[in-house]
Write a protein that binds this ligand. Structure first.
Ligand code: ATP
Ligand code: MG
Length: 429
């Protein structure tokens, strides 16, 4: 039997309800905040990711699914969504007229990492980006929106970590101070960090190797090196979050190693997922649109790890499939044909109906209706059809009533009105 690819996974119907619930919650919330959905391809030219994520990142160095297509182009399955959205923003000149755009997308990403709990090779992100706003209140508003997403999903135990990365004007001074400090501890760093130290010293700060973490425990903090503008920006972001009562922790380790990542950067962490503690990450990238060939445009965004979010949710809630409002127990061919037509009419009216397709005894059919959790069962046998009167059983109260065949779907429609499919996928509890 052919199995799925290592690090990939199926989302089965039982779990898919949770995914739909999250998607619906995010879509409603983001729409309130003025975000429109954008859908971008899952494959792009490799160069887009190499340039936007950066050659010296783990993603580009060792995690991308890159291959030559039959025409000879080098393509990559997207490891994240920001690069594609920035490309689309530039390619479609979305900045013309009004440069301000708020966009979100939800979909699969691909990284060839070592698979483990919370770490997959195909995983999903909920991604939001804002273009064209330089001021600090949008930073706070975005973090507020993310905070609300978790609140609306009743996910507790996530905490926001916050830092500022400064800008190309103030970062060199910090970099110097950091390098001086790292020079003193070089022999305690992992081989990766020794290499990073010269090429991309900021990244030593977020290395997960315990020895490295210890070695940089006393590293300088970027926030102590911010220029006046970056300082004012960050002060407004933190004050705004305080006013909104969004809790956060200042975290000097939170860094991104590329020049176009600027100012506010944040990560949401949870204590319930073990080593894979990051559930969302984001920040400003005021230099990226220009670096990819667009006009200078400030921007900020975040990505939620959808799989990890669902993992937390599934520990706190269960999702029950919505049971059918009606089960039609049909006995005999004539009854089945009739049941089929009634079912079709009720389904058209948006009422969730199941019927028996095989040849089962009434007892077996009642059992199945029970197992499905059907609200009512309509019993249609040859005798009932001949008499022109059907039996409707309320599965909760066990009460039975008679329904004339004439106008039965209208009567059922009225009776089951409250069970009409409202478009949600199930019941979360
Ligand atoms: P990590 O430190 O866990 O590797 P990251 O810094 O690589 O995360 P980002 O690129 O910031 O992650 O992506 C945002 C979010 O996407 C992460 O916070 C995480 O929840 C999720 N994520 C990243 N990689 C994976 C993966 N391989 N499997 C599942 N979720 C992932
Ligand atoms: Mg990673």
């Amino acid at each position: 039997m052919i199995q799925l690819i290592r690090g990939f996974k199926d989302i089965l119907p039982g779990e898919a309800g949770l995914w739909q619930h999250v998607e619906g919650t995010a879509a409603r919330l983001f729409a309130t905040f003025g975000y429109g959905e954008i859908r971008v391809p899952i494959m792009e030219k490799t160069e887009l990711f190499a340039r936007s994520i950066g050659e010296e990142t783990d993603i580009v160095e060792k995690e991308m699914y890159t291959f030559a297509d039959r025409g000879g182009d080098t393509l990559t399955l997207r490891p994240e969504a920001t690069a594609s959205i920035v490309r689309a923003y530039i390619q479609h000149k979305m900045y013309a007229g009004d440069p301000v755009h708020k966009l979100y997308t939800i979909g699969p990403m691909f990284r060839r990492e070592r698979p483990q709990k919370g770490r997959y090779r195909q995983f999903y992100q909920i991604d939001a980006e804002v273009f064209g706003i330089a001021g600090p209140y949008i930073d706070a508003q975005m973090i507020h929106m993310l905070h609300l997403l978790f609140q609306h999903l009743a996910v507790t135990d996530v905490h926001t970590h916050l830092n500022s990365l400064g800008c190309p004007a103030c970062r060199p001074r910090f970099r110097e101070a950091l390098l001086a400090m790292l020079d003193g501890v070089t022999d305690q760093l992992c081989p990766d960090c020794r290499r990073r130290k010269d090429r991309n010293p900021l990244r030593v700060l977020d290395c997960k190797v315990p020895a490295c973490r210890e070695a940089v425990a006393d590293a300088p903090a970027i926030v102590d090196y911010l220029c006046a503008d970056c300082q004012a920006h960050f002060a407004t972001v933190t004050r705004a979050l305080d006013q909104l009562q969004v809790p956060y922790t200042l975290d000097k380790r939170l860094v991104r190693g590329l020049d176009y990542y600027t100012r506010t950067t944040f990560e949401l962490q949870t204590g319930v997922l073990g080593a894979q503690s990051a559930v969302a990450g984001g920040g400003r990238y005021d230099g990226l649109v220009e670096a990819l060939g667009g006009p200078a445009t400030p921007a900020i965004g975040f990505a939620v790890g959808f799989d990890r979010l669902v993992e937390i949710l599934s520990r706190q809630h269960t999702m029950a499939a919505r049971p059918p409002a009606l089960y039609i127990a049909a006995l005999g061919d004539a009854a089945k044909e009739q049941a089929f037509r009634w079912a079709a009419e009720l389904l058209e009216a948006g009422i969730q109906v199941e019927m028996e397709h095989g040849d089962k005894s009434l007892k077996a059919q009642m059992k199945r209706a029970d197992r499905l959790g059907a609200g009512h069962v309509l019993i249609v046998g040859e005798a009932e059809l001949a008499a022109g009167v059907l039996v409707l059983r309320d599965m909760q109260t066990k009460a039975q009533r008679e329904l004339p065949v004439a106008g039965v779907t209208a009567a059922l429609g009225a009776l089951l009105q409250s069970a009409r499919n409202s478009g949600d996928d199930g019941n979360i509890s």
